[in-house]
Write a protein that binds this ligand. Structure first.
Ligand SMILES: [Mn+2]
Length: 222
């Protein structure tokens, strides 16, 4: 995935969450890998944004996730909701705004937020520069109508936080693309509120029940 983003000269590498369970020893390796991958990508002028998933959070009141080491190392991490500006890195003399990403991570309970309220707050910050370019809403939340798999059964972790599709519609939020992690099976769904959501699926088959899944990443042109 890292090599592909570099080969494609992508403007943005978007990680949609669930790097590693923090209570497993291999989480150290996973966090180290995220820093290595981030450095490799940014050196190749691919911007990065890493969004925390339900498997990444630590429920100890500190707000720490398995992506926190990357954040401390200077990476762009969304452990909390944020509006991220994608800049033109490919042309050195320009700093043009290319796109905006509204990142809606899964959070620990004490960091809970209302995704619909975040969308309302972001609306106020969408100036003419941002409105003229693509706006991507990317989350690690739960979706009504998604095809479930082991992420919801034997690998379930955390509570339900729902993708704000209703708010997207009610606010007439000017998004170009809605994306979400979490679900292991690649799918494009139109959810209960008529919002089309792209779900890349996981990068590997994680249980025998996923034998029919075709793991991969998603390349998007907006
Ligand atoms: Mn998840």
């Amino acid at each position: 995935m890292v090599n592909a983003a570099i080969d494609l000269e992508a403007d943005l590498f978007l990680f949609l969450g669930d790097l590693a369970n923090p209570d497993q020893r291999r989480a150290w390796r996973a966090s180290a890998f995220s820093i290595e991958a981030d450095r490799e990508l940014t050196q190749a002028k691919v911007q990065t944004l890493w969004i925390a998933g339900n498997h990444d959070v630590i429920e100890d009141g500190s707000g720490t996730t398995t992506l926190s080491p990357l954040a401390s190392a200077g990476g762009n991490v969304a452990n909390l909701p944020r509006l991220f500006d994608v800049r033109d890195w490919k042309h050195q003399e320009r700093v043009d705004h290319l796109a905006s990403v509204v990142a809606l991570p899964y959070t620990a309970r004490d960091q809970s937020y209302d995704p619909a309220m975040v969308l309302r707050q972001v609306l106020d910050r969408l100036d003419s520069v941002r409105l003229a370019k693509p706006i991507i809403v990317a989350g690690h939340l739960m979706i009504d109508g998604a095809e479930l798999g082991s992420e919801s059964t034997d690998m379930a972790r955390g509570r339900d936080m729902t993708f704000p599709s209703l708010a997207l519609r009610e606010l007439s939020f000017p998004y170009t693309l809605a994306m979400n992690g979490h679900y292991h099976r690649r799918q494009v769904i139109t959810d209960a509120h008529g919002v089309r959501i792209y779900i890349p699926g996981s990068l590997a088959r994680l249980t025998r029940g996923e034998a029919a899944n075709a793991p991969g990443y998603l390349v998007v042109e907006v």
